[in-house]
Design a protein around this ligand. Structure first.
Ligand SMILES: [Zn+2]
Ligand SMILES: [Zn+2]
Length: 165
């Protein structure tokens, strides 16, 4: 668990890191990209391109859908965003994590589509290390848990929602 101030610091650090990575790769970092990046990193919800488009448009009304997809591609390619693709019908659109743009476990709610990070104490890294020890060269990993989030479990009290600072 992180406290509010750390979240703010983490977000601004992520924006700085992502723009540095884009520039290092010779990619453009104009106001359009910045609006997309702010919308992505401002969200804890692993938003999809459409949500990012809607949010970034508030800051930049002239923004086009194509520009959002191009910005997300550039961020993914330079390591500024983690893309989570879904093809199983429960979630049809790709989702993005700009706060933790590296492999980590996720919980995916099949009822409401919410995606949460799971604090797994480095379990993913340990599995990757085991695979390396067995001779596999691991480039990335993907670990998703599927089910119902607390808010979607009937008869359970809704958890106290954490507010953004
Ligand atoms: Zn849910
Ligand atoms: Zn995540």
């Amino acid at each position: 668990m992180v406290i509010a101030n750390d979240i703010t610091d983490e977000r601004s650090a992520r924006v700085g890191e992502a723009t540095a990575r884009l520039r290092a790769a010779g990619r453009r970092v104009g106001p359009t990209r910045m609006a997309v990046l702010q919308a992505l990193i401002g969200s804890d919800a692993h938003p999809g391109a459409e949500e990012i488009f809607a949010e970034a448009r508030k800051a930049r009304p002239s923004l086009s859908r194509g520009a959002v997809y191009r910005a997300l591609d550039a961020l993914r390619e330079t390591g500024g965003a983690l893309e989570l693709g879904f093809h199983d019908g429960a979630l049809s659109a790709n989702r993005y994590d700009g706060l933790r743009p590296y492999p980590h476990p996720h919980f995916v709610c099949l009822a409401c589509g919410a995606i949460h990070d799971v604090a797994a104490g480095g379990a993913g890294e340990r599995i990757a290390e085991e695979a390396e020890r067995a001779g596999f060269r691991v480039e990335r990993y993907r670990m998703d848990l599927y089910g119902k989030c607390p808010a979607c479990q009937p008869g359970e009290t809704e958890p106290e929602r954490r507010r953004n600072p």
